[in-house]
Structures are given as C-alpha cells and as structure tokens.
Ligand binder design. Structure first.
Ligand code: TRP
Ligand code: SF4
Length: 400
C-alpha cells in the first residue's frame, strides 16, 4: 500500500569509528542503492543522555555527517537530514505518547541497562524513558518498511511495530466494516465469540502473535460461518482498518561485529576505538599495541587466535588464505604477533584511503555539507507532513 522506504538514525555524541562503519554504515551504503533511504542525525536522542552537556551535539553532528559522506553515503541517492529540523517527529512523539502504556517503555531492555551502565548520569528522566517512543516516531512518520540497525536495537523495532499496530487499531476505523464484523462475531455463538474477542484484543493491543494463530485456527473449524463472514473475521482480527502507520522490519547487518582494540565493544569512551578517518600512522600504532593472547609472552610461546582480539580483526578484514596463515602460525609460534598484525593494518589503511579522499572536499568547503542537509531537511519534512495530516485527522485534530 505504501512504497518501501528505509529510515535510520545515529546519535551525534562523538566522532565515528570503525565499529560504526562495520556495524551500521556499511549496511546503509548497501541499502541506499536498493531503496529510497532517509538517514538522519538523531540530535534529540543525543540530548536524552547528554542533556547536561549539549555543546558537543552540534559539532558532533557536522563531523558525523562528514564521516557518513566519507564512508560512502551518497547524497544523490539517500536523503540526509537532522532530526530537530523536522519538528513533526516531536508532534508524532507527543501524540503517540497518549496511548502508549508505561510498561511498554519500562520493559525495553536498553532502558534498565543504560541506567545501570551510565550510573554517573541521572537518567531517571521523562525524556530518557521516552527514547524508544521518539525512535518509533522517527520511523513511523515516514511509513518506513525497513530499519537498518544493530542487534541491540531490535527490541526498539519490535516496540515500534506494536505502537503502529495499536495506533491503527485505535484510530484507523472505517465506516460500516466494524458493524458487519461484529455481527459475524455473534454468529460464532457466545462461547467462541467471547474467545475471539479476547484473542483479538491480545493480538492487537499487546502484539501477541500466538493469540492471532489461535484465533485463526478457531475460525478454521467454525463450520457455521459463511465464506464472507469468515473473511470478515479474519480481516477484523488483523485490523482491517485503514493502515495509517506502517509496521517496520529490522534489517540487521550481515558482517561480523568489529570489536574494540581490547576485545570489548568498540567505543570512544573505552579508548579502544579506531576513528573512521584515523591518520594511517595512528592506525599502525594502535594495532601494533593491541593486546594479544596473553599466553604468548615470548615469541616462542604458542598462542590461540580464539583468545586474541587481533583474530577478530582478521575475521573482518582478512581473506581465507591469510586467516589460515594466522591460525597455523599462531598455534605453532611460526609467526610473531607484530607479523600477524601487519595484514590488518594494511587492510584498514586501504579501507580508509577512499574515505580520506571523499572527506577532503567537505573539509575544504563545509558549505557543501550544509547544502546537502538543507535539501534533505526539506525532502524529509514534506514526507513527514503528509503523514501528520493523516495522523491528525485520524485523532480528531483536523479542524477543517
Ligand atoms: N537509537 C538509535 C541508536 O542508538 C538511534 C536512532 C534514533 C535510530 N532514532 C532512530 C535508529 C530511528 C534507527 C531508526 O543507535
Ligand atoms: Fe593474536 Fe596473531 Fe599473536 Fe596469535 S599471532 S596471539 S592471533 S596477534
């Protein structure tokens, strides 16, 4: 009914590193040539955790945009914009908040995790609790069908689907259908009718897929129904309302995750990151000083790649022959660690060369980035306004 569309965002909270590239940007770059894509700087999302230090947000936003362009995000294919320049996201967030149960937000795994992890910050705020709902608004406002994200974000996408489903359920009613469907429910007989209504509610309001399956099975063996009523009841189960908002799907990256230099998650705050546009001498130095299998104290000690973060880099960067050379050489002490690291250094430097080149024009002339974003803001805003017209009308706010 609506065209396929891709939406994703990133928080501008610091400079981008190779973890972002392999974890997200590569996926974006692949998708931009397949489908219409909207990629945005999630500056409001950055404020949910950096509300006490907002000065880094604007600077990081411009830096991040250069990093995206350097990595190969192509403004002639994808729309690049800044979240706060499309204030309709905030309006949709507000309207969605009216019917979003608190429990849905409280049970999102990242909520408690982050509160525990960032214990130095007070995240018991209204804004932070609403983070996944704002994210839902970001995606639903474009009726996006696909959202490229990392696996940590999958629960957020699931919640978005529930939000969209509930919205359509509450506000997408069409005249006449409802009554006919309810008459058909009565024809099921009181026991079945009651069960049907319960299962339908469970599916539509709480997103329980097994309730849907159970209800369908029940309809299958309800002999007394006419064809037409049966179809109505199937439709009524899944909504059969106007689909004002679209349920999006998560699109995960296929490539293996690139950890940080110490084997933990790559993150600037752990000082274990290689920046996206790192100087090549710094790349070499950082890789050369990476920890290795602690069992290899001396060159003559054998090691095990499974216990070495350098190996995970080979998994991302090396071909089969190189990987065989590593495994053999490490387990027999046939190669030294510095030797082992060289192909990784070479591969990273090679990967980054075109990024440095592409970034240069934007560093020389920052107005280019401004212009790309100004265009993107306009394109995004038009699409957002179309959806908001339907949303306002459905919620009784048309005032025409
Ligand atoms: N929450 C995402 C992250 O931390 C960023 C984000 C905000 C996002 N809004 C989004 C991602 C919408 C995809 C779609 O990485
Ligand atoms: Fe790690 Fe390579 Fe050294 Fe083995 S040889 S411990 S894989 S760096």
């Amino acid at each position: 009914m609506y065209p396929d569309r891709v939406v994703s965002g990133m928080r501008p909270t610091g400079s981008m590193h190779l973890g972002h590239f392999h974890g997200a940007l590569k996926n974006w770059i692949k998708m931009q040539s397949e489908l219409p894509c909207l990629f945005f700087v999630a500056d409001w999302h950055a404020l949910t955790t950096h509300y006490d230090d907002p000065t880094i947000i604007e600077r990081s936003a411009w830096e991040m945009l250069i990093d995206w362009l350097a990595a190969g995000v192509d403004p002639s294919q994808a729309t690049l914009f800044i979240q706060s320049k499309v204030p309709e996201h905030a309006e949709l967030h507000l309207l969605l908040s009216m019917a979003t149960p608190l429990g849905w937000l409280e049970r999102v795994p990242t909520y408690k995790d982050q509160i525990d992890n960032l214990s130095s910050k007070d995240l018991a705020t209204y804004g932070f609790l609403g983070y996944p709902l704002l994210q839902a608004a970001d995606v639903l406002i474009y009726r996006a069908s696909q959202v490229p994200v990392g696996d940590d974000q999958v629960p957020h996408i699931e919640m978005m689907r529930e939000i969209a489903r509930r919205f359509n359920h509450l506000y997408g009613k069409e005249k006449g259908f409802e009554e006919k469907a309810q008459d058909a429910v009565k024809k099921l007989g009181s026991k079945r009718a009651k069960l049907y209504n319960e299962l339908r509610t469970e599916y539509q309001q709480d997103g329980k897929d097994d309730a849907l399956e159970q209800a369908k099975a029940m309809l299958d063996d309800a002999q007394s129904l006419s064809m037409i009523d049966r179809e109505r009841l199937f439709g009524y189960l899944e909504g059969s309302r106007k689909l004002i908002l679209v349920e999006p799907q998560a699109r995960l990256t296929a490539s293996p995750r690139l950890p940080g230099l110490d084997g933990r998650k790559m993150s600037k705050s752990y000082s274990n990151a290689i920046a996206l546009r790192e100087d090549k001498d710094v790349v070499a130095k950082k890789v050369r000083t990476m920890p290795t299998d602690p069992a290899r104290v001396r060159r003559t000690d054998v090691g095990d790649p499974a216990k070495c973060p350098v190996w995970q880099f080979h998994e991302v960067y090396s071909d089969l022959a190189t990987k065989e050379w590593v495994v053999k050489g490490c387990k027999s002490a046939g190669i030294g660690c510095i030797e082992c690291k060289q192909p990784v250094i070479d591969a990273i430097v090679k990967e980054q060369e075109p990024m440095h080149e592409r970034a240069q024009q934007y560093l020389d002339d920052p107005s280019l980035v401004r212009a790309i974003v100004a265009d993107g803001n306009d394109v995004a805003r038009k699409l957002a306004q179309e959806t908001m017209r339907d949303v306002r009308e459905a919620m009784g706010l048309a005032y025409s």
